[in-house]
Design a protein around this ligand. Sequence first.
Ligand SMILES: [Zn+2]
Length: 228
Amino acid sequence: MPDFKQPTPKPKPFYCGAYWHLWRRGLAHSIYNLMGAVTQGGEREFYATQATVARYFGAHEQSVAKEFRWLRKCGWIEFAATKSHFRWISHESWAEARPKDTEGDCLECAQRKLLPWELNPDPLVGELHAISGGKLRVYERRVAGLRRLAKQAAPLAHFPEPDKEICFLFAREIAEAQGMRDRGQFGGTGPGACLWRVEAIFRDRNTKLFAKRASLAELQEQIERSSP
Ligand SMILES: [Zn+2]
């Protein structure tokens, strides 16, 4: 039966920027933005005094000096040839100089490069993705269909919650597929094929349930026919 639920809108990924790192520190963020604007994105050195910056913001000179030190300690600005001049560091250069993960992304940056199957609001999508070691790429619609099948087959389930049983069966299929690959058999060992076999298990259960119900109905009919 079709349901007329609207598909979940896919969020537009947010990429990282200096604003993500600096929002908690308002004055430092503003000084960094001012320096970026004045130096045209780091094309020239920043040589205004901290007293001028303090006057511009109407802030205490000590506070401004503190934020300059903090920005320098965190690598957002650095001394130029003389200590009264500063170089402004763009977010890209800043991230470039930081430790990276295995995919070459900065570990300190907002991890926003999420794929649709990771952005998915259905927790089962994420669980299946994790069980497959990050290899299964599945959309919410297919998972919802699988859950429907599992719910229909509930009288034959070994778990009270369909999601738990789906995860259990999928983990079992993934483990068996790994065993097959270890023996040099690669056919049908992909995570998609594993999920398809889980679907087949539920379809099989539903077929059995349907046959059982049909024969019960037949029996019922026979009893009714033979009763006076
Ligand atoms: Zn960042």
